[in-house]
Design a protein around this ligand. Structure first.
Ligand SMILES: Nc1nc2c(ncn2[C@@H]2O[C@H](COP(=O)(O)OP(=O)(O)O)[C@@H](O)[C@H]2O)c(=O)[nH]1
Ligand SMILES: [Mg+2]
Length: 399
């Protein structure tokens, strides 16, 4: 910190040396005057030191003189020892749902949209070569052959009116939006349906258990009371994992033990939901049994047991699909749908996948609403599916 010396500072500084001289003179008995009282010689030294210190520009000791104009003194912030040890978290505003979606779809943007737009960038007009390249590229993405041709036929039909790369991408976007919009239909919980029963199915590792936790979290935030039943009795760890989540989101929980009959766990869950007056029952199921047929039979049995006890239930058979498996998700949908009659889809792990384009294939091939998309591991990283927002984020549209 720089200070400008005032005339008083120079005077005090000089005065300090006068007292220093008096100190030395007193010791040598050569004082030029007779002191009024017997003053000890060290007192001259003390005054000399005090005046000298006062004149030195040390912040805190010598605060009288103003800082040089235009010079901004540095702020010295006092850091307590415990604060110094722990780095302060930088408070960033929480990203909006839109930002999160955009970030979650960035890999799919690269793996799907960028590949298509690269074709159009090679030529301004849709000549035969470009159309051929587009056909190959679309078939090579994760949307499945059938959907690749749905989109390709649309572009080919409109080729005359497409003049440049931007118009071509707009046409692709229009077609994808049309396909996805048909599948936008959030779960609705009618007042008179209580408890509303959601049976969650899907292969191991697709994200069933965490998706159940996220749905329970959303419903709890909407003021619904939720109970979760652990119907994945194939592994003890699966039951514990679900209990942990139920606890964390504040949902009631029906525990089971490894090897228990899944349909009787679902039955117990239903009975508890009815007697305890819960709004929603969510049932976890196994994603793997000894054989695939075995698994499907078990799931069908659970469905029958629920319907018998509470006619019309399960009201939602939610299939959880992992976006990282790309086109295989289309085949999984077919198998689960044939066996169970899937009524809704949750596509998870879009954030970790460049193969999220598969959602367009699923939407095009099955008349099953897409209820949710998973874009991360946090509780609010499960978003209700909204086609327009999804397409907006997928194409990285700027406002
Ligand atoms: N990045 C990411 N990970 C997810 C998402 N959904 C689930 N997971 C992770 O996928 C793994 C398997 O999930 P889990 O719910 O246990 O699958 P389950 O076997 O079907 O019950 C876990 O590590 C989850 O945290 C998602 O949307 N994004
Ligand atoms: Mg699980």
């Amino acid at each position: 910190m720089k200070y400008r010396f005032s005339i008083y500072d120079y005077f005090i500084y000089l005065l300090s040396y006068v007292f220093f001289y008096l100190y030395v003179a007193d010791i040598l008995n050569k004082l030029p005057f007779e002191p009024p009282a017997d003053i000890p010689s060290w007192s001259y030294l003390a005054v000399a030191v005090a005046l000298n210190a006062w004149a030195i520009p040390i912040p805190g000791i010598h605060p009288r003189t103003p800082p040089i104009e235009g010079h901004v003194p540095e702020q010295v912030e006092e850091i307590k020892p415990e604060e110094a040890a722990v780095p302060k978290p930088v408070k960033k505003p929480a990203p909006s749902a839109k930002d999160k979606l955009e970030r979650g779809l960035s890999k799919t943007h690269k793996g799907f949209i960028d590949r298509i737009s690269a074709v159009f960038r090679r030529s301004a007009s849709l000549n035969e070569n470009i159309l051929k390249e587009l056909e190959e590229t679309l078939v090579g993405t994760d949307i499945g052959v059938r959907t690749a041709y749905t989109i390709f036929d649309f572009i080919q039909k409109n080729a005359d009116s497409i003049k440049d790369a931007d118009q071509a991408m707009d046409a692709i976007k229009t077609e994808i939006t049309a396909i996805l919009e048909k599948r936008e239909e959030p779960i609705s919980l009618p007042e008179e349906t209580k408890p509303f029963v959601i049976m969650v199915s899907g292969v191991n590792g697709s994200g069933k258990t965490t998706t159940i936790a996220k749905i329970a979290y959303h419903l709890k935030n909407q003021g619904k009371s939720v109970i979760i039943a652990s119907g994945d009795t194939f592994r003890a760890a699966a039951i514990e994992q679900l209990e942990h989540w139920a606890d964390k989101v504040g949902a009631d929980f029906i525990k089971s033990h490894e090897g228990a009959d899944p349909s009787s766990v679902a039955f117990d869950g239903l009975q508890a939901a009815i007697s305890r007056g819960h709004d929603v029952l969510i049932i976890d199921t196994a994603g793997r049994l000894h054989t695939k047929e075995n698994l499907m039979e078990e799931l069908k049995k659970t469905k029958r047991v629920l319907d018998k006890k509470h006619p019309g239930s399960p009201h939602e058979i939610l299939l959880v699909l992992d976006a990282t498996i790309g086109q295989n998700a289309i085949e999984q949908t077919r198998q689960f749908n044939n066996a169970l009659g899937v009524t809704g889809i949750a596509l998870t792990k879009l954030d970790g996948s460049s193969k999220g384009g598969v959602i367009v294939g699923i939407a095009n091939e099955f008349e099953i609403p897409i209820r949710y998309i998973g874009i991360g591991e946090d509780m609010d990283d499960l978003q209700p599916f909204k086609a327009a927002d999804f397409v907006h984020a997928l194409f990285l549209d700027k406002e």
